[in-house]
Structure formats: C-alpha cells, structure tokens
Design a protein around this ligand. Structure first.
Ligand SMILES: [Zn+2]
Length: 81
C-alpha cells in the first residue's frame, strides 16, 4: 500500500484533480463516486485492489478513494501509461 499523499488544503487537492473522475481499480470503469463502484460493487477501501490515499493537512481529513483519473496521465500511477 502506498503512503497517503498529503495536501495542505482541499483546494490544493481539487486543483490537482479537477475532473473529479475516478477509475475503479477492479473493473476500470470511470466513476464520479470516489468511494464505491456500482458496476462491480467494489468499495475503494477494500484493501484488495490498490486505492489512492490522501490527507488534507488543514482539516485532518484522510480518505481512501479510487485513483483520480489524472493519476493515469501524470505518470504517477501506471508504468508506461
Ligand atoms: Zn468497478
């Protein structure tokens, strides 16, 4: 499991992931819900399929969600993708 990525504020998080689209790590469907995939009924915090963890320092908010799709484009998530 990767360590949580830290952001100073929620705004910083939103700036990095502006589309608010997430990709199910099990079936690959694009989702607007970062916590639950209705296609394969998988939750983001299942610990079987790798999820994306982040923490907002300002609020102490810590979440386990499906990876935002921007992760695929910035090279941080998939090799060669
Ligand atoms: Zn799915």
């Amino acid at each position: 499991m990767k360590p949580a990525e830290e952001f100073k504020t929620k705004r910083e998080f939103n700036n990095k992931f502006p589309t608010k689209m997430y990709k199910c790590t099990k079936c690959g469907q694009l989702l607007t819900n970062p916590y639950y995939c209705p296609y394969c009924k998988t939750q983001s915090n299942n610990f079987i399929y790798e999820s994306y963890r982040y923490k907002i320092i300002e609020t102490g908010e810590a979440e386990i969600i499906f990876p935002p799709i921007e992760r695929n484009f910035c090279g941080g998530w998939r090799r060669g993708g």
